[in-house]
Design a protein around this ligand. Structure first.
Ligand code: ADP
Length: 464
């Protein structure tokens, strides 16, 4: 596998190599166009200076050579060529002492030779450092009636000392520190990614407690924060899923056991008529409970998956509420509950079938958790943007700390244990209200009653 770390390091080294190449090319262009010419002129000037001294001072043969030796020590390589082609060298020896044919013109035609200019045996400016006689400048002169050619070049070994060493050290240090810095940086960048990869593997194995401790202020820090958030959410979902499955199994199991038990009892031939009726009625109740549970679960699942096909229509909301109330009149009378309502005529756009579930759940809860002789009040009001529906009862009320759990699946309050129910009603209500982009608020006091306030926004505000 191509690791990110390796790719980063290779890219860094590649960039470094390219920079060196570009830097070298620019320096080369500069050398060829500016420095080289200046060096040639400088060297010709020095050669002429030497020649003029030699011509003006009546040196003896030893004095003349001694003088050239002294100049060489100052940092030059010198070759003295006479008209016979004999050569004498001063200073550092040349690696190659051959001269090109045009160099002869120094002696034959009194011309200046600029071998440095034409020297290109090595790549570009590196030719500057080539220690060959070809790579010199030559000037003619006469001494004691004899023609000579004086060929010189700076001795790069001597000239390129202190400052060059310092510069080379400086550049090498920069390169070294940059490379180490880049490698360190690459490690810093890739380490959290390796950690994140490890964490995702744990998530894939359903371990949602992998400690990911990356504290950074950059994008990687944000990524790890989001990752931790996702991990917490997945953990929560996983727990919810497990408890959902266990609740569903339990809620199916107990009515089934009852049905099975009472069906077994019904087989007995000595059963009295009244017992037989009681048992069949229990079986009937439990079957209804199972059927309602299945219906609610199916609805909840399709709402969950976002697969529920919303059938949005325009309808009279007040009418719908009135018909739900009519449906439960017998139960209200049975429990001696007074129901009053105030329903402003409201034309609403939404899914009437889903909303019917909402009113059904809220009203059955208001009846179930009410006291005998209690009351229920239903209100439908409208403001500019919302239809506001309130279900208020004078029932048992809800403990304050239970309110946040009311809409959780399978949540059933203590008071509800003795009553019929699945604990799914309010979570269905919440899902439907959310589908209609509405909100739901609960106000309740234990022993005094509860109030469920729903605000459903008008999709395209219309009211009669
Ligand atoms: P259930 O099938 O138990 O009624 P719901 O989801 O409809 O399930 O309600 C969840 C719980 O909220 C109930 O078990 C009950 O404790 C509480 N609750 C709901 N409505 C009321 C109400 N009007 N008054 C008091 N408690 C209520």
């Amino acid at each position: 596998m191509k690791t990110l770390y390796r790719q980063f390091t290779v890219a860094t080294l590649f960039i470094l190599a390219i920079s060196i190449l570009i830097g070298f090319s620019i320096a080369n262009i500069f050398y060829i166009n500016v420095t080289k010419q200046e060096t040639i002129e400088q060297n010709i000037g020095i050669a002429k200076e030497i020649v003029s001294t030699v011509q003006n001072v009546p040196y003896s043969e030893e004095g003349f050579e001694g003088y050239l030796q002294a100049v060489a020590k100052l940092g030059y390589q010198i070759a003295l060529v006479d008209s016979d082609g004999d050569m004498k060298f001063f200073g550092e020896t040349f690696d190659d002492t051959s001269l090109p044919p045009e160099a002869e013109r120094v002696l034959t035609r009194n011309e200046t030779f600029t071998g440095i200019k034409n020297f290109s045996s090595q790549i570009f400016m590196l030719g500057h450092f080539t220690n060959e006689l070809h790579n010199t400048v030559g000037v003619p002169f006469e001494r004691e009636g004899e023609r000579y050619g004086l060929f010189i070049r700076p001795d790069t070994k001597l000239v390129g000392t202190d400052i060059h060493t310092v510069l080379i050290g400086f550049v090498a240090a920069i390169a070294l520190v940059s490379i180490i810095g880049m490698i360190w940086m690459a490690r810093q960048l890739t380490r959290p990614i390796v950690q994140l990869t490890e964490a995702t593997k744990h998530i894939a194995r359903e371990n949602y407690s992998y400690p990911l401790d990356i504290r950074r202020n950059d994008e990687i820090g944000q990524l790890s924060e989001s990752f931790n958030l996702m991990q917490t959410q997945l953990k929560h979902n996983d727990l919810a899923r497990k408890s959902f499955i266990s609740n569903v199994s339990h809620d199916f199991q107990s009515p089934l056991m009852n049905i099975q038990g009472y069906a077994e009892l019904l087989k007995s031939p000595e059963l009295s008529e009244s017992d037989r009726l009681a048992y069949t009625s229990i079986i009937d109740q439990e079957a209804k409970r199972l059927s309602s549970l299945t219906r609610q679960l199916l609805l909840l699942t399709s709402l969950d998956q976002g697969a529920y096909p919303m059938k949005v229509k325009q309808f009279q909301l007040d009418e719908q509420l009135r018909s739900v109330v009519r449906k439960y009149r017998w139960r209200l009378e049975e429990q001696d509950i007074q129901l009053s309502y105030q329903l402003a005529p409201t034309l609403f756009r939404g899914d009437p079938e889903l909303l019917d579930n909402v009113w059904d759940n809220l009203l059955t809860n208001a009846i179930k958790y009410n006291k005998t002789g209690g009351s229920i009040e239903i209100r439908l009001e409208s403001d500019d943007t919302n239809a506001v529906i309130t279900f208020k009862d004078s029932g048992v009320g809800i403990q304050e700390d239970a309110v946040p759990q009311l809409f959780d699946r399978f949540y059933r309050g203590d008071a509800a244990r003795k009553k019929d129910g699945t604990g799914l009603g309010l979570s269905i209500v919440e899902q439907i209200v959310t589908l209609h982009h509405g909100t739901i608020e609960v106000k309740s006091k234990v022993g005094e009653g509860s109030e469920f306030i729903l605000a459903l926004p008008y999709p395209d505000v219309k009211q009669t």
